[in-house]
Write a protein that binds this ligand. Structure first.
Ligand code: PMP
Ligand code: GLN
Length: 391
C-alpha cells in the first residue's frame, strides 16, 4: 500500500538487527543456524506444566504493574542467596518483558536529550538505539582486542559532566569476556561522587566457565546504590521466546524506572510469571547452567579444533568467537553471508557490534545447541575447509 504521509525517519540509516538478518538468511539457505542466540532444545516439561496449570486455574488477568509478588519474592531470594544483597520485594524488584524492554525502559527513565551514555564496544545491538531514541548520545569505550578487557583509563577520559549513565555487560555478548572484581572496583572509583547511573546487563549471570564466579554489581554495595541490574529468564531457562526478565535496584531508581515501565508495557504475561516463580524454587536449575553450557562449549571447541578457525577465549555466555584469517580475507559481513550461503553454517559478524564497522575478521558462533546440531555444523565446516594440519 502507498503511504499517505511524508515520513521523517527517526533512524534513516538503520537497517534490521543483524540477528534477524542472519536467522532469516539461514532459513532461506537451509543453513545450520549458529547465528542468533537461542537454544534449539526444549526447557523441562515441569515449566510448561506449571504454566498450563496456572492458566487453567484462571490466573489470566493483569498482574500488578511491577510483577506478581510470587515472582518478585523468588527473584529477591535468588539475588540475596547469590550476591548477598537483599532487595525489597515491593519497591526494588520489577518484572519486565525480557531484558530488551528493561534496557530500553531504564535508558528512557534516566537519559535526557544531550546526555552522554558510555557503552563498551563491541556493544550489544539494542543499547545505542535506545540511547538515541531518547535523544542521548552514545560514547564508545573500547574493549581491547583480543581479550576484550575494559581500558579503565580510557573510560576515565570519556567521563564528562554530561555523562549520565554507563552500560556494562558481563558475561559479555558477543565476546564471552567477564568483568573481574578489580574491574568493578575500578568502575566504582571512577563514578564515586558523580550522579552517573550504571545499567548492568547480566543476562548471562549463570553461564560462566572453568569455575569463574559472576561478579554482579548487586554484590558491590557502593555500586549497587547507583545501579539497575538486568537479567533475563530467556537465557537461564531456555525460553528466549517467552520474553520475560527482571530488574533490581535501589528504590529511588526503581521508582523512576517504573514511571516509564507502567506506560511502556504496564505489566507482563501472568501465567509465565507464576510458572517461573515456581520453577525457580529449585536453585539447581540455575546453578546447574554453567556446567550444562561448559559441556557444550568444550564439545564445540573440540570439534572446531580440527578446522582452520582460530578460537578466542570463551569465559562465559553461549557464544564462541573465532578468527577466520586463515580461511578468507573477506570482510566479516561478507564472510558470514558466504559461510551461510555456500557452506551452510550461519554466524554473526562481530563488526555489527561496532559503530564504525571495525572488522577484526572475527565471527560469533552460538553453541546453545544440541550436540547433533553442533556436529552437523562443524561437519560442514570440515568439508569446506582443509584440516589445520594440511594448511
Ligand atoms: N542483553 C544481552 C547481552 C543479550 O544477549 C540479550 C539477548 N540475547 C538481551 C540483552 C535481550 O534479552 P531478552 O531476550 O530477554 O530481551
Ligand atoms: N541477543 C540474542 C543474540 O545475541 C538475539 C536477540 C535478538 O534477536 N534480538 O543473538
Amino acid at each position: 500500500m502507498e503511504t499517505a504521509v511524508r515520513i521523517d525517519s527517526r533512524f534513516p540509516d538503520m537497517g534490521t538487527t543483524i540477528f534477524t538478518v542472519m536467522s532469516r538468511l539461514a532459513a532461506e539457505c537451509g543453513a545450520v543456524n549458529l547465528s542468533q542466540g537461542f537454544p534449539d532444545f526444549q526447557a523441562e516439561p515441569a515449566l510448561f506444566d506449571a504454566m498450563h496449570r496456572h492458566m487453567l486455574a484462571g490466573r489470566n488477568q493483569y498482574p500488578p504493574m511491577a510483577g506478581l509478588p510470587e515472582l518478585r519474592q523468588a527473584i529477591a531470594d535468588k539475588v540475596a542467596a547469590l550476591y548477598g544483597t537483599r532487595f525489597d520485594v515491593e519497591s526494588e524488584v520489577t518484572v519486565t518483558a525480557g531484558a530488551t524492554q528493561a534496557i530500553f525502559t531504564a535508558v528512557a527513565a534516566f537519559v535526557r536529550p544531550g546526555d552522554e551514555v558510555i557503552v563498551f564496544e563491541p556493544v550489544y545491538d539494542s543499547y545505542v538505539p535506545a540511547i538515541e531514541t531518547v535523544g542521548g548520545k552514545a560514547v564508545h569505550a573500547q574493549l581491547q582486542f583480543p581479550d576484550y578487557a575494559p581500558d579503565w583509563a580510557q573510560v576515565a577520559s570519556l567521563i564528562t559532566p554530561k555523562t549520565r549513565m554507563i552500560i556494562v555487560n558481563s558475561p559479555h555478548n558477543p565476546t564471552g569476556s567477564l568483568l573481574t572484581a578489580a574491574d568493578v572496583d575500578r568502575l566504582a572509583e571512577l563514578v564515586r561522587g558523580t550522579d552517573i547511573v550504571i545499567l548492568s546487563d547480566e543476562v548471562y549471570e549463570h553461564i560462566l566457565f572453568d569455575g569463574e564466579r559472576h561478579v554482579s554489581l548487586c554484590g558491590h554495595p557502593e555500586l549497587a546504590a547507583r545501579t539497575i541490574v538486568v537479567s533475563s529468564f530467556g537465557k537461564t531457562y531456555h525460553i528466549t521466546g517467552w520474553k520475560i526478565g527482571y530488574v533490581v535496584g535501589p528504590a529511588a531508581l526503581m521508582a523512576e524506572f517504573r514511571k516509564v515501565h507502567q506506560f511502556n508495557v504496564f505489566t507482563v504475561h501472568a501465567p509465565s510469571q507464576l510458572a517461573i516463580a515456581e520453577y525457580m524454587q529449585d536453585a539447581s536449575r540455575h546453578l546447574g547452567l554453567a556446567a550444562f553450557y561448559q559441556e557444550k562449549r568444550d564439545f564445540f571447541r573440540q570439534l572446531m579444533a580440527a578446522t582452520p578457525f582460530e578460537l578466542l577465549p570463551c569465559r562465559g555466555t553461549y557464544f564462541q568467537l573465532a578468527r577466520y584469517d586463515r580461511i578468507s580475507d573477506l570482510p566479516d559481513r561478507a564472510f558470514a553471508e558466504w559461510l551461510t550461503r555456500e557452506v551452510g553454517v550461519a554466524v554473526i559478524p562481530v563488526s555489527a557490534f561496532y559503530a564504525d564497522g571495525r572488522d577484526d575478521n572475527v565471527v560469533r558462533f552460538c553453541f546453545a545447541k544440541r550436540e547433533e546440531t553442533l556436529r552437523a555444523a562443524v561437519e560442514r565446516l570440515g568439508k569446506a575447509f582443509p584440516a589445520k594440519s594440511q594448511l
